[in-house]
Design a protein around this ligand. Sequence first.
Ligand code: SF4
Length: 137
Amino acid sequence: MTNRQLRKLMRSASATHLTRLGNKLRRFFLCAVKPDYVEQMIQHRAGECVQCGKCCKLVFKCPFLGGTDENPRCMVYEGRPKPCVAFPIDERDLADVNFQCGYFFTDQKAPASDLVQIPLPAFSRSSQAAQKLATDI
Ligand code: SF4
């Protein structure tokens, strides 16, 4: 994942309602118009749904979401719409639920691996010596 992609992802990680609405519409569009793409993305998905119900409350609370806050239940689980079955289609969807989902994507680097970049200061002679000493030990 490039830094540009990561920045874009982090922006969506603090998703506004508008971003979440856009992503909800995107999921409906992809499931209706690009089912092959959705299937392809689902192949890269690992983990399992822990039925937390977070994706059922994006933008608005689904009217078919029953149960309690601690134990949410989908009342139409067997016949739920394709965008519900397909959630998350990609990491943008995970960002919508602040990455608190039982699913994750296997073929992409974890965002943190790109995020943690500590710029090293230019080495002075003494720090070069210290580094050599450290490698010699
Ligand atoms: S957010 Fe993820 S784990 Fe929670 S209900 Fe939706 S798909 Fe399942």
